[in-house]
Design a protein around this ligand. Sequence first.
Ligand SMILES: C[S@@+](CC[C@H](N)C(=O)[O-])C[C@H]1O[C@@H](n2cnc3c(N)ncnc32)[C@H](O)[C@@H]1O
Length: 414
Amino acid sequence: MPVLSWDSKTTPQPVSASLQLDAKVFPQGSGYPHEAPENQLILGDNLAVMSALLPDYEEKIELIYADPPFFTNRRYPARVGRDEDSRKPEQWQLADGYPDHWENIEAYLNMLYPRLQLMHRLLAPQGTLYLHLDWHADHYARLLLDEIFSPDRLLNEIIWVYHGPSPIRTAFNRKHDTILVYTKSKEYTFNVDAVREPYNPSTVKTFSSSPKAGFGKVPDLERGKVPEDWWYFPVVARLHSERTGYPTQKPEALLERIILASSNPGDLVADFFCGSGTTSLVAAKLERRFIAADLSWRAIHTARTRHVIGSPVPFNLLVESGLTIQRSSAQPEDVHQKENLLTIDPHLQPELDYWELDPDWDEKVFCSAMQAVRPKKKGTIAGELNLPQPTKGKKIALRLVKIDGEQIQYSRTG
Ligand SMILES: C[S@@+](CC[C@H](N)C(=O)[O-])C[C@H]1O[C@@H](n2cnc3c(N)ncnc32)[C@H](O)[C@@H]1O
C-alpha cells in the first residue's frame, strides 16, 4: 500500500501528561451542587490532552470531529467586544485567535500525524472520525488516514460547499471544504433515518405525475432521501446569529448532521480542535456527552460562554498540567453583598465579558453556580447575581473575565 513519507516522520508516541480540574460549571445553576459533570472542556495542546485521556478513554469515544488548522499559512484574529459591525469599530477589537503558520509541510504533518494516531486509539470500535480540511492539505491527510485506519475504512469524502466573497481573480473561487470520514471498523453507527431530507420539489412532482419515472423504483417521498456526499450549509458570516467572533467558526447545522448520523443519545462526542465550541454545544443539545479541547484560551473561553448561554448541561473545565490560568485578585470594595444579592461595582461592568460565582468556595475547585455574560448586541452585562443559597459563614468566590482576557478572582466570607 502506498504511504506518505517525509524526512522527519517518526512513529508517534503518546506524551506523558495529566489534566487538572479548574472549575465545575453549572450553566445558570442547572444541576448545582449535586450533579457530577460528565462533560469536559479542556485547555491544552491536544497531543498532551489526548495522551492524558488514553488510560480512561481508549476505545471509548463514539465520534470525533476534527477541524484543525488547514495549512493556510495565515494567522486568524478573533473579534472581541460587542457586535462585529464594521461600521462601528469602536464596539469591538481584535485579539489573538489562532495561528495556522508552519515552517513547511513537514512541520504541519508532524503536528497532524501523531494526533490522528491518538484519535484512532480513542475511537470506540463502532466509532467514526470526521476530519475537516480543504485543498491545502486534504490530499496528504487522506494518505495518513489510509495508513492509520486502512483505505477500506474510508466511509465518505464529504464536500461542504458554501458561498462568500473572494478576492481571487486568477482562478475559480475556492468555495468548498473536504471532510474525510473514516470508521474504526466495519461495524459502525450510521443513523440514516435521522439525517434524511426532503426530496427536491421537482422530483416529487415527477413521481406524482408518473410513478414509472424511476424505472420501477419508486422513492418513499414521505420518508425523504439520504443526503448526497456534497452538502450546502451557509458559512457563519459576520452578522450571523450564531457568530461568536472566534475565527473559522463552523455552522451548527453542519455538526448537527454529523452528530445525528454518527452517534446516538448518551454517546461520547469529542472535538480536540474545538475552537468556539460548535461541536460540543450541538452534542449537548442533542443529548450526547462531550469532550472538547483547544490550546487557545480565547477558544476555551468562547466555548464556555457559549455553553453557559446555550445549554443547561454541566461540564468540567480542565487545564493541561503545566499550563496555568493567570488570575489577579479583585479589590474588596469592587464587590458588595446584601443578603442574597451579590453586586459588582458599576465601574467594572463596561470592561467585563463574563463573571461567575461560587457560593460555597472550598478553596480547591471552583463551582460556578451562576454566571453573567455580556449581551451580544445591546445592553450591559448584569451587575448582580443572586446567591442560590444562604452563605452566612461560608466562603464565596467570584471569577471575572475582562474583554481583553484579563482574569480576576475574589473571595470573602459571607
Ligand atoms: C479551525 S479552528 C476550529 C474551529 C471550530 N471548529 C469552530 O467551530 O469554532 C482550529 C482550532 O484548533 C486549535 N488548535 C490548533 N492546534 C492545536 C493543538 N495542538 N491542540 C489543541 N488545539 C489546537 C486552534 O486554537 C483553533 O481554535
